[in-house]
Design a protein around this ligand. Sequence first.
Ligand SMILES: *Cc1c(COP(=O)(O)O)cnc(C)c1O
Ligand SMILES: [Zn+2]
Length: 456
Amino acid sequence: MMNAQEMPSYLGRMPVRKFRSWLRCIEGCSPTYPLDSALYRCPICGGLLEVRHDLEALRQRSPQEWMKLFDDRYKRTVWPYGSGVWGKKEWVAPEVDDDNVVSLDEGGTNLFWAERYGRELGLDDLWVKMCGNSHTGSFKDLGMTVLVSVVNQMIRQGTRPIRAVVCASTGDTSASLAAYCAVAGIPAVVLLPNNKVSTAQMVQPLANGATVLALDTDFDGCMAIVQRLAEEPGIYLANSVNPLRLEGQKTISIEIVQQFDWEVPDWVIIPGGNLGNVSALGEGFLMMYELGLITRLPRIAVAQAAAANPLYLSYLRGFEGGLQPVVAGPTLATAIRIGNPVSYPRAVRILKRFDGVVEQATEDELSQAAARADLAGLFCDPHTGVALAVLEKLVARGTIQPGQRVIVISTANGLKFPEFKIRYHEGTLPGVRPLLANRPIELPAEYDAVRRAIFG
Ligand SMILES: *Cc1c(COP(=O)(O)O)cnc(C)c1O
Ligand SMILES: [Zn+2]
C-alpha cells in the first residue's frame, strides 16, 4: 500500500475497509437502511432516524491524517473537496459519487473576531461563525447540498423515481432547497406560512423556479401537511427530520475547530427552532471526539425566542415529561418561530451530553443585542440577535466566564432581513426600545449645513 505522502493529498491513503454510512433509528431499533431509502421515520417505532458511519473504517486513518487531509482540501480547487462540507466527504456521505455532488461551495465561512463587542461584555475571545455568508444567505446550504446530492444520485442511478423534492419552511430552507434543485434541474415544491417570512426569503424560491405554496397557517401547520405529502409516490422530503441534512450541517463544528488549528472552544451558542442545527453541531463534535481529533467537548447553549420557546420550557422542567408543543407567537426571528420542533429528542440528547443550557430572548433583547454587535462591525439578522442576547445573559450571570473562548453561530445573513434593520433604526418595531437607533440626517445640498451637521 502507498503511504499518504505518495498519494495526491486530496485523496489521502486508500482504506482497506470501505467508508460506509447508513440510516438507523435513534431509539435503538436494530435494522439499518441505505442512505437513499427515502425513509424519514423508523418503520418499527416511528422514531427519528440518524446517519451512522463505519467508525472502524474511519479509524484506518489517524487523527493527524484526517486533520492534514481536511486542511489540504480546505477552500482549494479539487472538485468537490474545496467545499467546507465535501472536504469532509468521508465523514458526511461517502457513498455519493463526486460526479453526483451538487455543491455551491458551501462552508468555509469566516470566523469574525468580535473584538470590540466582546470587550464590552468583558470577553476577549469571542467569535461569530458567519454561516450566513453562503450561497443563499443561511447555514441551510450546509445540509441542503448533501440532501440534494443524494437525490441527484438516486435520479441518475435510477434508484427511485423522483417527481419533486418538498419542504415546509420558515424561509431559509425553501431558499436553499430551491437553489440547489435549480442547479441540478430537479423540481422543488416549498410550503411557507403566508406573510410570516421576509420579502427576501419569499423572493428567493420564486426566482429559482420552485413551486411556492403560501399557506394560511404557521410553520407547524405547513410541516403537518408536508409530512403527509411525503407519503405520495415520487415525493422526497427535504425537512431536517430527514437526517441527510444534519450530515452536512455537522461540518459546522468540524470547521470551527479546524479554524482554530484543531483547538476546541469552551462554549458554542446557537439559535434553535426545529432543533436540527444544534443536534448536528453536537454530532460533529462527537464524531471528532470518537475519532480522536479532539479530547474534550465544549458546552453548548441553545438560544430561543421567548415567543417560540418549547425547548426552553422543557429545559426548565429538566426535560421531564418530554416536549410540550406551544403555539409559536410572532417574533422578528421568523426562522425559529416553531412550536413543535421535530428534532427535540436529538437536541435533548446533545444538551445532556454537552452540559448544555437553554435560554430565551425577548424581541427587545434580541434587537438590542443585534444593534450593539452591529456597532462593532457585524450586520446581524434577528436569529443571530437571539444568540447574542443569550450570550449577554449568560455572561451577566457568570455562566460564561471572562477568558473563555466563545463561538456564536450566526445562522443567516443580515441582508436577508432588511425590514428588521430599517424598522429598528426608524423606531417602529413593536415592543422594542431603539436605544441604538441611527437615523440619516436630511439636509439641503449646502456646504455650511453639512459642516454644521458634522462639527456642530
Ligand atoms: C433554520 C434556522 C435556524 C434554526 O435551525 P433549526 O435547525 O431549525 O433549529 C436558525 N436561524 C436561521 C436563520 C435559520 O434559517
Ligand atoms: Zn425505531
